[in-house]
Write a protein that binds this ligand. Sequence first.
Ligand code: UDX
Length: 449
Amino acid sequence: MAEKEEEAGVNHVVLLPGPMQGNVNSMMKLAQLLALHHFHVTFLTTDFIHRRLHRFADIQALSQTYPNLELKSISDGLPDDHPRSDNALADLYSFMNSHAKPLIRDILVSQTAAKPKVTCLIGDGFLGGLTADEADEVGIPVIHFRAISASCFWALFCAPNLFESNELPIKGEEDMDRMITTLPGMENILRCRDLPGFYRGTESNLVEPLKSTVFDCHQTLRARGVILNTFEDLDGPLLSQMRLMFPRVFAVGPLHAHLNSGRVFDAKPTPSMSSFWEVDRSCLTWLDSQPLKSVLYVSFGSITTITRERLMEFWYGLVNSKKRFLWVIRPDMVAGEDNNDRVPAEVEEGTKERGFIVGWAPQEEVLEHKAIGGFLTHSGWNSTLESLVAGVPMICWPYFADQQINSRREEFLKSAKAMAMLAHKSVSPGGSSYSSFHDLIQYIKSTGR
Ligand code: UDX
């Protein structure tokens, strides 16, 4: 303890997540874990995200539980009324890369009597070269964090090799079931259709986004290491391959399991400390009155949008299945709809018999609820890990980005229960993620000396 107190105030880590809910959620868990280890932590988001956190997340609980974790923000350069939806990610990304640099630099070099100088930057790999550039300029070591799955990151990283071995490009729809044989650590596991969304489409409309994504992945080679939200029993073979390429690979996941286990730290579960929407906890009361493992939880994450026609298709399927269901329909989920009219009246009415709809759920708690028997998911990486840790079997409806590859990986896993046990083991003392997290802590401390 004395040693920890002595260290407090010496090590100051800045975390810079990509401005999306999934990235903020997972990096916030990391920030909380570091704060519990007496690091001074600055969690740096965009002004837009900062405002949403202050509106919807439990900031009071956050600052009481983690007094050494500070939220700060910078502009993302976009006008306030910009939609910042999935279609706008490219705009956001390029504005961040041009506009944010000097602002980040100012934060990195600022120092006051109360706040020690920054000794390490943990930057979201989504921001590509941005964090590496800034850290290089001011001489602060940078570690990249990857919010996407390790398998997606690796499949993108290896794209040049796949082109070289003529496994790419994909030659149209008829080529989709062909096996990818030369992806190190994942040989003969993926079909073309399972590759990250960037690989899809014809060569002409695919090359530019793929090129820049692969370029960003290669920027991680400039970092001192890479932090992945996964664990050895899940991604061992490809982690071994990555270790041949990167100087340090910290496989510390599932991060929320570290926080919630209470075995590693004396911390209570920490729901909703990074929520972008108002969490509707009434669904937990509804779940309390449902039979054991009887409810299908349906959620497509924070970015996915669907048409009203597709929403209705899902609804007919859910109602006709005669199963109980809890469905998250975000205020902005139905493309082109007025926010206030998001759930069509017939859906609201026809759901009452066996279903429950909310705008945003306390997902981790929902998945841990005894009434939940399955999860219809878009296969976002956080959702996948949260379901896996809770031992809830998944039905996958991958939408874009890493979700195709995440859903394919499920097919190769042991039973939901067995995977949950392995995940919990990994974050317990002596487990692989537990050890990797402690390696990360030691490494960050060494950067402050
Ligand atoms: C996207 C990608 O899909 C994901 O793979 C990538 O890693 C990050 O960017 P998103 O689509 O939002 O993220 O999915 P996901 O990674 O599953 O993150 C959603 C998060 O929102 C989860 O942590 C989930 O617990 C939370 N959530 C979702 C809620 O808290 N309440 C809800 O009602 C729905």
